[in-house]
Design a protein around this ligand. Structure first.
Ligand SMILES: Cc1cc2nc3c(=O)[nH]c(=O)nc-3n(C[C@H](O)[C@H](O)[C@H](O)COP(=O)(O)OP(=O)(O)OC[C@H]3O[C@@H](n4cnc5c(N)ncnc54)[C@H](O)[C@@H]3O)c2cc1C
Length: 296
């Protein structure tokens, strides 16, 4: 039977509040029967396709206290309902957090970026989520809140499988915390899609901290090449503490490509993903190093 994507076939109760406390009370009450709705650009697609049929939909975008970007002394803090468009327009993000800026700018079209939120991109837990690789290389932490209180979860431990995370049914993501980056650091993000503004066939982010001609610290994360967005520690280890040159970046890119576990799906083939991973990682490494002030 053909799916009619113009209607929401299931009936559900709709709840909305501008009070975080009220939303957490509802989540406690409805638990797994509830779905949190932010921009709806993932959730409503799943509901229209009949892949998700919640008894209750709880709208959270009216909670003003979750919509902000704060450039604090120790970290950049982004509220979970902050739209992708707001992040894209933020001067601090644009100037200092190049990988996140490039990721957000690559996502969908303006209309989706106006509706879609950073919390929704992570909460959806897609292996292809474009904000995940930059946030992984920035060593971001998520603040999760429920009626019981709050807990901090490193993003590295948040995703557990396709559409699966450690988020409990009574919790929401409240904040994304990005530690301050070093002064001589640079980051980059690259993505290949079927057409522009599409979900990634493969994406990659790199963060490098420079000390003279050496790389003091490097983090690399891929998306769309494993059940979750992943770091590639062997490639990172090849660069940490080393003098950087083109040859070493090429060897690290080769090593990173060997660490991914892609599959063939409707967006790309395993072979294509394996082949291009080295190329985009090498380019991303070069860009991050040069942005950190390093010479090649
Ligand atoms: C045409 C189109 C193009 C797209 N292109 C891209 C792309 O290029 N790259 C990309 O990565 N994505 C893309 N997407 C997917 C989507 O736009 C993004 O993932 C977006 O960031 C989702 O945010 P949202 O606020 O709309 O989430 P919603 O749809 O509201 O929610 C998504 C999921 O996260 C949960 N959720 C939402 N907020 C929270 C929260 N604060 N705490 C806990 N759980 C929460 C919801 O319950 C739901 O399960 C595209 C979607 C469409 C329709």
């Amino acid at each position: 039977m053909e799916t009619n994507t113009k209607i929401l076939a299931c009936e559900y109760q709709y709840l909305e509040s501008s009070e975080l406390g009220q939303v957490l009370t509802w989540l406690e009450e409805y638990g797994e029967k509830a779905a949190v709705l932010a921009g709806g650009t993932d959730l409503l697609v799943k509901m229209k396709m009949g892949n998700l049929q919640p008894d209750c939909v709880i709208y959270i975008k009216k909670i003003a206290e979750l919509d902000y970007i704060k450039d604090d002394a120790d970290a950049l803090r982004i509220g979970a309902t902050t739209s992708l468009a707001t992040i894209e327009r933020n001067e601090v993000v644009k100037t200092y957090y190049s990988a996140l800026y490039e990721a957000v700018r690559s996502m969908a079209a303006v209309s989706i970026r106006n509706m879609g939120t950073i919390g929704g991109n992570l909460g959806n837990a897609s292996p292809a989520a474009d904000t995940a690789p930059p946030l992984l290389v920035y060593d971001a932490t998520l603040k999760l809140v429920s009626q019981q209180g709050e807990r901090l979860v490193p993003l590295n431990e948040f995703f557990v499988g396709p559409s699966q995370s450690v988020l409990k049914p009574n919790e929401i993501i409240a904040e994304i915390i990005i530690p301050k980056l070093g002064p001589d650091s640079g980051s980059s993000f690259l993505k290949l899609g079927r057409v522009s503004a599409d979900i990634a066939k493969i994406n990659v982010a790199v963060y490098m901290l420079r000390s003279g001609s050496k790389c003091e610290s490097c983090r690399i994360a891929f998306g769309s090449v494993a059940p979750t967005p992943i770091r590639v520690p062997q490639a990172e280890a090849m660069l940490n503490g080393k003098e950087i040159n083109e040859e070493l970046l090429g060897a690290a890119a080769q090593a990173g490509a060997a660490e991914i576990k892609p599959i063939t799906d409707n967006r790309s083939t395993k072979a294509y993903r394996q082949k291009v991973s080295k190329v985009i990682l090498q380019e991303a490494l070069q860009a991050a190093w040069q942005r950190a002030g390093g010479a090649l």
